[in-house]
Ligand binder design. Structure first.
Ligand code: SF4
Ligand code: SF4
Length: 386
């Protein structure tokens, strides 16, 4: 196995937490642990924890493997889908390599069809996600969650008890609470840390496979930042306070979030999958039906693949008030139709109901539009009165 492992060429340049995650994973595999790779916040990760398996996120955020992916996939597809498939195809992602089973979901069309191709490389189980939140959808989704549990049992030859699921729900709820408290540091004014740090720290946490350790590291950082802010903060800041919403932004963090912060703004809030989107609602620990509790929580994730999706608009409006937002940037990955179409409602709510400037950036993982994005960000900041 070691010989087949092909670490990315720039492995030495990775943040310490991620390097540590790679090596941790190898150590876990050497001890006989099994790994489940996944791509989306809708996957009920509690079942994977309850099974004693290691869940690992496989979404890819660099354009490096995209040319290889485009040999099989259309060019005008979301870069996240192409990059994720490209890593699998070229066997250059250690996490994919280490995964025994991959779990996909029918969130968007591009992803669900890509999983059919991925299944030819590695066993890929696809959960059928309904796209509404009525009672029929809930019953169907609960059935899908039970089927996924049965798949894990059959594939790995194990039994997943309800007690183990309850324990995993408690541990995962704690993690959501800890991450949310960290992200809510953005409510402080002046901003106590950069949005860039918030994003990278949350992402880095996903490379630590011990939930308790992950929580402890982030909890300690939250306490440290709060203490420092209380001791040193002055008047309310003069830098514009921005909310970032839309598609997963890890692959474009440098050219949008870092760039706008270097121009003098603070990104203080994230309505995104690597922000607060999945952490808003906990799984109800008091529901005697663990499958129903999981189904309710996951169906309420306010991703644009849901229709209608008023709860996303309501939550963004709430964040604008609570984080004292001066401007909203929506990031749409190229060819992501659901976020692209829903942007109409987001823009209307932000500008007309809240009276806040809004900028929509459609982009991909390449650097070819960096100059144009810089120009648009600078012009956007000029529209914000502070
Ligand atoms: S944006 Fe939606 S589809 Fe994409 S990872 Fe998040 S929940 Fe899943
Ligand atoms: S960003 Fe949009 S198109 Fe890309 S995988 Fe997520 S939902 Fe699908």
């Amino acid at each position: 196995m070691e010989n087949k492992l092909n670490l990315p060429a720039n492995f030495e340049g990775y943040p310490e937490m991620r390097k540590k995650g790679f090596l941790n994973m190898k150590a876990q595999k050497d001890m006989g642990k099994k790994v489940v790779g996944m791509f989306c916040s809708f996957v009920p990760v509690e079942l994977i924890h309850a099974a004693g398996l290691i869940p690992v996120g496989l979404c890819a955020f660099t354009d490096e493997p995209i040319p290889a992916a485009e040999a099989h996939l259309p060019k005008n597809l979301c870069p996240l889908i192409k990059a994720s498939y490209g890593f699998a195809l070229t066997d250059t992602c250690p996490y994919f390599f280490f995964s025994d089973l991959v779990v996909g979901e029918t969130t968007c069309d591009g992803k669900k069809k890509m999983f059919e191709l991925m299944n030819e490389i590695k066993p890929t189980y696809v959960m059928q996600l309904p796209h509404s939140r009525d009672k029929d959808a809930l019953a169907f989704w609960k059935g899908q969650i039970i089927s996924f549990k049965e798949k894990l049992e059959e594939f790995f030859g194990i039994t997943i008890t309800e007690d183990a699921i309850r324990d995993a729900i408690r541990r995962k709820n704690r993690e959501r609470t800890v991450m949310r408290e960290f992200l809510e540091l953005g409510k402080l004014d002046p901003a106590p840390l950069s949005g860039y740090e918030m994003g990278t720290r949350i992402d880095a946490g996903s490379f630590s496979f011990d939930l308790t350790e992950r929580c402890n590291v982030v909890e300690a950082r939250t306490a440290e930042v709060k203490a420092e802010w209380e001791a040193n903060h002055g008047e309310s800041g003069t830098r514009p306070r921005l909310l970032v919403t839309g598609c997963p932004n890890t692959g474009v963090r440098d050219k949008v979030i870092k760039a706008v912060e270097e121009m003098g703004a603070d990104v203080v809030a994230f309505d995104t999958c690597n922000g607060i989107r999945e952490k808003v609602e906990l799984v109800d620990e008091t529901n005697p039906d663990v499958y129903e509790a999981l189904a309710i929580k996951y169906l309420n994730i306010n991703c644009s693949v849901m229709s209608p999706n008023q709860s996303r608009l309501d939550y963004i409006a709430k964040m604008i008030d609570e984080y004292h937002i001066d401007g909203v940037i929506e990031i749409v990955l190229q060819s992501c139709h659901t976020f692209d179409v829903e942007a109409h409602f987001v823009k209307r709510m932000v500008t007309q109901e809240k009276g806040v400037p809004y900028l929509n950036i459609e982009t991909d993982y390449s650097q070819s539009d960096s100059g144009q994005i810089n120009t648009r960000l600078a012009a956007f900041l000029e529209t914000i009165e502070k």
